[in-house]
Design a protein around this ligand. Structure first.
Ligand SMILES: C[S@@+](CC[C@H](N)C(=O)[O-])C[C@H]1O[C@@H](n2cnc3c(N)ncnc32)[C@H](O)[C@@H]1O
Ligand code: SF4
Length: 399
């Protein structure tokens, strides 16, 4: 179906994005000291120490494998995500950064981010990451209230999280931290105070996530049992409005649904995803979108860390999925990712991927409700009024 769709598209009409979204490498470290009750990321707790040299060898093999599929690309961003990458030894991070540089050209201004958990913060380790080439730190603060941190099952206090942010800011050129809001029992007034405090200590970037009840988590069981007083729709909306209002006032407006930055300080890594750029993912449970524009493949690796190790040692890669995406799948993904961004999507680029334009009736209807806008240059954006309804809007447009 993919090839047929491509053949139907007349030559000369292939429209690439006006700017190259860049090329990124995602490295997944799948271990944590403890599992947080709300989290459904691919993270595992191990009683025994992790054999890091063995993991390094496996990461090297996967990087070589993906480099063969993406020859000639220049790496604009590397992201160590987790799990808790700040549990990795700096030598492990160094070895992976080196392996990336051996396999691709790395742009001089490449962004190299590492996610850190305040529980594993230690200045010496941070300096080691910095020496390994990490130039951006993203810290999982989650809340500035001890009571809330306890409720989230976090093993650190607010004071420790604040200290981690300070240490990080003293070592890395760029830092960010994450907060989770719309927590059980949280009022808009309490969130306003907490967010104000957070923005006062924020640098150039902050991620503000609404708590989501994910399937198969302890939070889901508690929620089903009626033991989590999640904010109702009205409170949820008030929390969202407070978030937009204060962050904008403080000079960190949202550039994506949950991400806020000063102009020019956006996470380049995430921009590659949202602008539907090409990225490879290595490590257990990592995803990738690999291949030229119009010919993207969806890749995913084995999630279980030790099974991933064994597979890489046997096959030279941990992929369990490597499938061509149809034109429709690519254009749906382009829309879904791009409309998360304040900059929106280019309609011609959508059309070139999909082979057909978005339906005018849908655009006009959503515009009349004030949920989207279309500018003269042909860019479609979700308005602040439409932002809380993003999923419905995308489903409507892509239907
Ligand atoms: C995979 S975690 C990695 C960060 C690090 N392990 C930590 O917890 O500090 C990335 C971020 O996702 C967010 N997150 C995880 N589960 C979430 C959920 N159910 N709802 C909202 N945000 C969530 C948290 O803010 C977290 O910092
Ligand atoms: S939120 Fe972070 S520390 Fe907690 S389980 Fe998920 S990845 Fe691990």
């Amino acid at each position: 179906m993919h090839m047929q769709d491509k053949e139907k598209r007349p030559m000369g009409q292939v429209q690439r994005p006006s700017h190259d979204p860049g090329f990124a490498v995602y490295v997944h470290w799948p271990f944590c000291l403890a599992k947080c009750p709300y989290c459904d990321f691919n993270s595992h707790v191990r009683a025994e120490p992790i054999d890091e040299p063995r993991f390094v060898n496996a990461f090297r093999a996967e990087l070589l494998h993906r480099a063969r599929q993406t020859q000639g690309r220049t790496v604009n961003s590397v992201f160590f995500g987790g799990g808790t990458p700040s549990l990795m030894r700096p030598q492990t991070v160094q070895a992976i950064v080196d392996a990336i540089a051996e396999n691709w050209t790395v742009a001089g201004d490449a962004e190299i981010t590492l996610e850190a958990n305040p529980t594993s913060v230690e200045a010496g380790r941070f300096r080691g990451y910095r020496a390994a080439g990490v130039n951006r730190l993203s810290i999982g603060v989650q809340s500035l209230q001890d009571e809330a941190l306890k409720g989230l099952g976090r093993r650190h206090s607010a004071a420790e999280a604040i200290e981690a942010v300070k240490i990080g800011a003293g070592i890395f050129p760029r830092t960010s931290f994450d907060l989770i809001y719309a927590r059980p029992g949280q009022s808009a007034r309490a969130w306003r105070e907490e967010l104000d405090q957070a923005l006062a200590m924020a640098g150039e970037h902050i991620s503000l996530y609404q708590l989501t009840i994910e399937p198969d988590t302890i939070y889901e069981r508690l929620f089903r049992a009626g033991k989590l007083a999640m904010p109702d729709e009205e409170t949820g909306r008030a929390l969202w409005d407070v978030t937009q209002e204060i962050s904008e006032k403080r000079g960190l407006p949202s550039y994506e649904v949950s991400n806020h930055a000063r102009a020019g300080a956006e996470s380049r890594h995430n921009l590659v995803y949202w602008r539907y750029g090409e990225y490879v993912g290595v490590g257990p449970g990592a995803h990738g979108r690999v291949g030229p524009w119009l010919e993207r493949r969806a890749q995913a690796t084995e999630r279980h860390p030790e099974m991933w190790l064994t597979q890489v040692e046997t096959d030279g890669h941990g992929l369990i999925e490597n499938s061509a995406l149809t034109s429709e799948e690519q254009s749906d993904e382009f829309l879904l990712m791009g409309l998360r961004l304040r900059e929106g999507v280019d309609l011609e680029t959508y059309e070139s991927l999909s082979g057909r334009p978005l339906r005018r009736r849908q655009i006009d209807e959503l515009t009349s409700y004030g949920f989207i806008t279309e500018d003269e240059g042909g860019r479609l954006r979700v308005t602040p009024e439409g932002a809380p309804l993003l999923d419905t809007i995308v489903a409507d447009l892509a239907a």
